[in-house]
Design a protein around this ligand. Sequence first.
Ligand code: ZN
Ligand code: ZN
Ligand code: ZN
Length: 370
Amino acid sequence: MPATLARVRRAQEAMRARGVDALFVGPSADLRYLLGYHALPLERLTLLVVPAEGDAALVVPELEAPRAVASGAADLVDVRTWGETEDPFRHVADVVRAAGVADRPVYAVQDRLWSAFTLRLQEAIPADGWVAGTTVMRELRLTKTPEEIAALRRVGRAIDDVHRRVPDLLRPGRTESEVGRDIAELILAEHDEVNFVIVASGPNGASPHHETADRVLTAGDAVVVDIGGTGDGYCSDNTRNYVLGAPPDGYQELHDVLLAAQEAGVASVRPGIAAEEVDAAARAVIEAAGYGEFFVHRTGHGIGVEEHEEPWIVAGNDEPLREGMAFSVEPGIYVPGRYGARIEDIVAVTASGAERLNTVDHDLTVVPTG
Ligand code: ZN
Ligand code: ZN
Ligand code: ZN
């Protein structure tokens, strides 16, 4: 992961611009983004302390220090270890004091820092105001640098390669779980981590986040396969649809509509339009074909160091798209009790439109059952 001190510096600029005196970041995507350190969310405090001016420090439990150092974090910031019987918040207070923060400080706390830590923090370093960490981090992560887009492109190709091998794994008589385990292995061969594997067959396909389970695949099943992993710190996420032998009644037609909707969504992407317009473009096609009630979720989500992050591609979000944003376009149609389908690509906003970071065939893949 290409974390550099430049990201910490950009966070400090954002803090100064927003009147934030220090930012506190526990184990989270923000920590990975800023330091490249994949810290474990433990009951022992790990906390990156970033004052608006001066040097940031990472406060870590002694037994985690070797991992923190191995991650390269020590090359970027001061690593301060606290011993098992020490109060870690004293170290935090020391870092804040050394940075000489203002008299009536405003502090930002990373959005997912546990309340157990946040409440202790508020006791240890009284402040005039506390704001959510997103106040500082949102702008940094919302648009990607060319290096980040390149990383997303690489994991996009990696997950495409996994999809190309899915047809070999789908056979009547196998369970979703068996197929899922094989897919996880393929993901791991191309990524550093498996983030999720959804294999939703037959009626299970009507549940967008179906938990891959014991259902046995049978001829005539439609199968929704939505998979993602992390490579070099960046996430992949791609959905395609398969059918074992002849498609069930109406499924090919449904898939044709979905494909047109996904095309329309991607085609609408360009800098300056509101995020919700991408949702509207995809949804219009599905509604016009009479499937509107079966498209039950937003059209997409941003992606980067997290699978789901801003911008949300959803009605009501008037955030203008900007070059460098990356998000999914993933309309779906779910017919309860029967089947479902979703087509998902990650796209990056370019100066003139969208670059698809997934290019594996979008058509319904018919797997011969022999
Ligand atoms: Zn999802
Ligand atoms: Zn997905
Ligand atoms: Zn997705």
